[in-house]
Design a binder for this molecule. Structure first.
Ligand SMILES: O=C(O)C1=C[C@@H](OP(=O)(O)O)[C@@H](O)[C@H](O)C1
Ligand SMILES: C=C(OP(=O)(O)O)C(=O)O
Length: 426
C-alpha cells in the first residue's frame, strides 16, 4: 500500500517560528573537500537526509573515514581506493561531485542509483574528466551507470566543458581539481544554469585555502593542498521556501531562525522574490520573517539562478491574483523529475491554466479544485503540494516520502508550523 498524505488545509493565518536543518549544498561541498583535505575536519549541523547520507556513504566506500558522533560528522581523509560501487540515489551532487574524487582513487569506482538517476544528464562531466586524462566506461550513454578507472593521479590542465545541463558539472570538476597534477583550466562551452551554486563552490574552495581564479571563459584552479577546516553548516535556505510561502498563502507570519547575514546560498534570493510576490520580508532578532497580506502578486522572472525555488514559487503563482511567467529554467527537465512537465500536471490538476514554454512556464490561476497529486519522487514537488494544500481543501500527495531527499521530517515540521497533529498516512 503506498503512502498518501492529506496536505493540511489551513486558510487561517499562520504564526510560527521555525528552525531548519543544514544546507544540502554546503554539506555536500564540505564532505567532498574534507575527504581530500590535509587533515581531519568537523562538520557541525550537517544535513542528515538521503542526499547527504549517500554522499557520506560514497566517500566512505572510497576509504574516507566519516564518523557520526550523533551531532557532528568528523571526516578523516585516508588514501582513496576502489573497487567501489557508489549508490548516488537520485542525488545530482553525488552524481557529479563524487566521480572527480573517484578519479583520484586507485581502482575502479562504479556510480549508479535510482532509475531516474540513469536519465539525469552527465555527459559534460564525463567528457570533462576524460579531457583531464581520466578513463571512464559509460557505454557511450553519458549517464549512470558508469565506471571511473582511477589510477591515483589525474593530469588535469585545459578542459572544455559543456555544463548547460547542470552547474554541478562545473562544481564537481572544480572541487577536486587542486589535487590534479596541473590543476584545471576549465573553459565553458555554452551557458551554465544555477550560477550561484558555482560561486558557492569557488567560495568553499577558497575557504579551504585553494587558489581559484575566474578566467575569460571559466575558472582556473591551481594545484595545491586542500586545507582541513571545521565548519558550522548554515540552515538550508531553499528548504525555507515552503515555510515562508505559508505566510503569503494564509496572510500570516513565519520566521526562519538563524538566517545567515551573509551567505553563498541561492535560496537567499527568496527575500526579494517573496517581496515581489507581496510579502513583507524583514530581518528580526529571531531570524528572517515573512508576513503576508492574504493576497499574492504574480511573478514574471528569469529563475535560472534559483531553480530549487521554482516548485514552491509555482505553487504560489497558482494562488496569485494574476498570471505569472517563469523563464530560464529549461534544465529543470533534467532534475529529480521533468519539473516543467510535473508542475504543469500538478497545477493544472488543482485548476490553474499552465503553458509550457521552451524555457519555462506560464501559470494563470483558475477555479481551485481538490486533486490527488503525485510526488514524482521529488522532494520539492511534495513541498509545492503542501503550499497548495493550505489554500485548497482536498489536496493529497501520493508517495510523500520523496521529501527524505533533503528534509526527512518535512511533514512533522509542516504540522508544527500549522500547530496541527501530523496526519497519519493512509
Ligand atoms: O551544486 C549544488 O549544490 C546544486 C546545484 C543546482 O543544480 P543545477 O545546476 O543542476 O540546477 C541546484 O539546482 C541543486 O539543487 C544543488
Ligand atoms: C535539483 C535538485 O537536486 P540535485 O542536487 O539532485 O540536482 C534540488 O534539490 O532541487
Amino acid at each position: 500500500m503506498s503512502d498518501v498524505w492529506s496536505a493540511p488545509h489551513h486558510p487561517a493565518p499562520v504564526d510560527a517560528v521555525v528552525s531548519l536543518p543544514g544546507s544540502k549544498s554546503i554539506t555536500a561541498r564540505e564532505l567532498v573537500l574534507a575527504s581530500i583535505a590535509d587533515g581531519p575536519s568537523r562538520l557541525v549541523r550537517p544535513l542528515r537526509a538521503r542526499d547527504s547520507e549517500l554522499m557520506a556513504a560514497g566517500l566512505r566506500s572510497l576509504g574516507t573515514r566519516v564518523e557520526d558522533d550523533g551531532a557532528d560528522w568528523l571526516v578523516t581523509p585516508q588514501p582513496l581506493r576502489g573497487p567501489s560501487a557508489v549508490d548516488a540515489g537520485l542525488s545530482g551532487t553525488v552524481l557529479r561531485f563524487l566521480p572527480p574524487v573517484a578519479a583520484l582513487a586507485v581502482g575502479p569506482v562504479t556510480v549508479d542509483g535510482d532509475q531516474r538517476l540513469r536519465e539525469r544528464p552527465n555527459a559534460g562531466l564525463l567528457n570533462g574528466l576524460r579531457a583531464a586524462g581520466v578513463q571512464i566506461d559509460d557505454g557511450g550513454r553519458g549517464r549512470a551507470p558508469f565506471t571511473v578507472h582511477g589510477t591515483g593521479r589525474v593530469r588535469g590542465g585545459a578542459v572544455e566543458v559543456d555544463a548547460s545541463a547542470s552547474s554541478q558539472i562545473v562544481s564537481g570538476l572544480l572541487l577536486a581539481a587542486s589535487l590534479f597534477d596541473e590543476g584545471i583550466d576549465l573553459s565553458l562551452i555554452g551557458a551554465v544554469p544555477s550560477m550561484p551554486h558555482v560561486e558557492m563552490t569557488v567560495a568553499s574552495l577558497r575557504e579551504h585555502g585553494v587558489q581559484v581564479a575566474a578566467t575569460d571563459g571559466g575558472w582556473r584552479v591551481f594545484p595545491g593542498p586542500v586545507a582541513a577546516r571545521d565548519v558550522v553548516v548554515e540552515p538550508d535556505l531553499s528548504n525555507a521556501a515552503p515555510f515562508l510561502a505559508a505566510a503569503l498563502v494564509t496572510g500570516g507570519r513565519v520566521t526562519v531562525r538563524d538566517w545567515p547575514e551573509a551567505t553563498t546560498q541561492a535560496g537567499a534570493q527568496l527575500v526579494g522574490l517573496l517581496a515581489t510576490m507581496g510579502a513583507e520580508v524583514t530581518g528580526t532578532a529571531e531570524g528572517l520573517q515573512a508576513t503576508g497580506t492574504g493576497s499574492i502578486r504574480p511573478l514574471t522572472a528569469d529563475l535560472g539562478e534559483v531553480t530549487e525555488l521554482v516548485p514552491v514559487l509555482a505553487a504560489l503563482a497558482a494562488l496569485a491574483d494574476g498570471p505569472s511567467r517563469f523563464t530560464g529554467i529549461t534544465h529543470m527537465r533534467g532534475h529529480e523529475t521533468d519539473r516543467l512537465q510535473a508542475l504543469d500536471e500538478v497545477l493544472s490538476a488543482v485548476g490553474a491554466h499552465v503553458r509550457q514554454l521552451p524555457d519555462g512556464l506560464e501559470i494563470e490561476p483558475g477555479p481551485r479544485r481538490p486533486a490527488r497529486l503525485d510526488s514524482y519522487a521529488d522532494h520539492r514537488m511534495v513541498m509545492a503540494a503542501a503550499v497548495l494544500g493550505l489554500a485548497i481543501d482536498g489536496v493529497e500527495v501520493a508517495d510523500p516520502g520523496a521529501v527524505t531527499k533533503t528534509l526527512p521530517d518535512f511533514r512533522e515540521r509542516w504540522a508544527g508550523l500549522l500547530g496541527e497533529p501530523v496526519g497519519a498516512p493512509r
